[in-house]
Design a protein around this ligand. Sequence first.
Ligand SMILES: Nc1ncnc2c1ncn2[C@@H]1O[C@H](COP(=O)(O)OP(=O)(O)OP(=O)(O)O)[C@@H](O)[C@H]1O
Ligand SMILES: [Mg+2]
Length: 253
Amino acid sequence: MVASDAKMAAQEWSVWYGATQALRAITLDILPREILGIIGPANSGKTSFLRSLNRMGELNPRFRCAGRIWLDGKDLYQGLDSQQVRCRVGIVFALPLPLPLSIRENVVYGPRVRGIRDRRRLDQLLEQSLRAASLWDEVKDRLDLPAMRLSGGQQQRLCIARTLAMEPEVILFDEPCSGLDPISTAKVEETMVQLKSRYTMVLVTNNTKQAARVSDRVAFFLMGELIELDRTGVMFTTPRDSRTNDYLTGRFG
Ligand SMILES: Nc1ncnc2c1ncn2[C@@H]1O[C@H](COP(=O)(O)OP(=O)(O)OP(=O)(O)O)[C@@H](O)[C@H]1O
Ligand SMILES: [Mg+2]
């Protein structure tokens, strides 16, 4: 059953690419201002689920889906426009891919495309997004330098700032630290925790320790199925399903 106060919810959600089924009747809810971690081995459907939540999956012509996804009680696939959904539900990918532009232009590019032209409003979005992404102090004196000159960790926080500049309600992260060193990873994790007061977040990670550090609840996916979902403390100490336990103790994955 889907909780009525959920920010988003999936109900019997299945996905196929051609004949390959990637997700099998996933039902879960995402609560307002939580970080929901999604863990599971390769090919378990984590990315497919994440991309279902902002209608990016359907950009692949072989994508097919069944079931329903809700955003604030509205049907994501029938009641809402896909462009609007992608603004309301932002995504940050594994590899930071800044545009070959300045730091400033990277952040204001999206808002400009959305039609915001007022210089003061763009400056305000720039500062507020960089601050929220914990990057402002490091770049405020060099906003017009190429974004490519930033370190990998700074580039990933810049990508978070770009997503924030679109003023989303939900932020999806697909293994956002997979290419980062431990210090940069810690900064991105800190940023996510700080963002929790204002945003609902879903974090897909291959790193179970990361899920344990930052998630409020964790879902374990295996071969396209949701095996178990629980509060982080419970999941990591007393999982109910033996497959979750096997994964968490490193028996496979
Ligand atoms: N674009 C695609 N075309 C065809 N099959 C795909 C596509 N993307 C994913 N799949 C298949 O769907 C299944 C789930 O893949 P998905 O990428 O969602 O898993 P994942 O849990 O994110 O894996 P990983 O940890 O490797 O990122 C896999 O069997 C995969 O081969
Ligand atoms: Mg993936």
